[in-house]
Design a protein around this ligand. Structure first.
Ligand SMILES: CCCCCCCCCCCC(=O)SCCNC(=O)CCNC(=O)[C@H](O)C(C)(C)COP(=O)(O)OP(=O)(O)OC[C@H]1O[C@@H](n2cnc3c(N)ncnc32)[C@H](O)[C@@H]1OP(=O)(O)O
Length: 203
């Protein structure tokens, strides 16, 4: 498997891996547990008050260390599930090259829409994440121009999911990709996307 950190375009110094510093991965894993736990809980008043107090302390502990985008860790730790960005489901990559990707994830209660199904907005998020990284692997940086998603069956939460992405063709600056999300043999969603390589100076 190619290292998913080797993405063309984005400046290499923006990627980070565990350099023996603070255990950022443990902190994000705890944050993910909090997201799932709070979303799932119907706790008594005393517990809600206690948790609110603790979370306010947590916020106060990290706020003095805010940095600008260039210095951020979250979203740059390509060695961590979901790049260490707690918005993104904890994707783990099994196969990765310039033409295709295969990833796994399970979405916890934080990603629930209703009736055991993942929120419909999470699926485009997953596709944009996986296809965006694939589109930019070994190529200059591009951005999503469109992303069309078909919801074929509900996507269960707390279940093993498989995400695949494929580069279909490249025409100049335009990169056409497809994605699919499976639970077992069930196709939950698929989609197709256009990524356009940025011109110099484009943000
Ligand atoms: C550690 C870090 C890890 C980082 C890992 C990161 C992984 C996640 C990556 C996520 C990526 C994102 O979500 S990016 C965020 C979401 N996307 C955005 O914000 C993009 C916003 N839009 C734009 O910036 C712009 O519209 C662009 C760059 C997409 C295109 O603008 P442009 O550069 O002026 O190009 P333009 O001339 O309009 O179009 C070029 C060609 O593409 C075609 N084209 C353009 N848009 C469309 C469209 N919607 N539908 C059809 N065709 C289109 C045009 O017809 C033209 O074809 P022809 O005439 O040449 O044939």
């Amino acid at each position: 498997m190619s290292e998913p950190g080797n993405i063309g375009g984005f400046r290499p110094r923006r990627y980070r891996t565990d350099g023996g510093g603070p255990d950022f991965g443990r902190m994000i894993e705890a944050l993910r547990r909090i997201q799932d736990g709070i979303t799932a809980a119907d706790a008594p008043e005393g517990v809600v008050t206690e948790v609110a107090d603790m979370l306010e302390k947590v916020a106060a502990a990290v706020e003095p260390y805010e940095v600008d985008e260039e210095g951020m860790i979250a979203g740059r730790r390509v060695d961590l599930p979901g790049r260490g960005q707690a918005l993104i489901p904890p994707l783990e990559y099994d196969e990765w090259d310039e033409d295709h990707v295969v990833a796994r994830c399970s979405m916890g209660r934080f990603y629930l829409g209703a009736n055991g199904a993942a929120h419909g907005g999470v699926i485009p998020l997953v596709f944009d994440e996986v296809l965006g990284r694939l589109a930019n692997t070994g190529r200059p940086v591009s951005r999503t121009a469109y992303l069309h998603v078909n919801f074929r069956a509900i996507t269960p939460i707390d279940a093993p999911l498989r995400v695949t992405g494929t580069v279909v063709r490249i025409e100049g600056r335009k990169r056409f990709l497809t994605a699919a999300l499976h639970h077992g043999d069930t196709l939950c969603a698929d989609g197709d996307a256009l990524f356009v390589a940025l011109n110099p100076g484009q943000p």
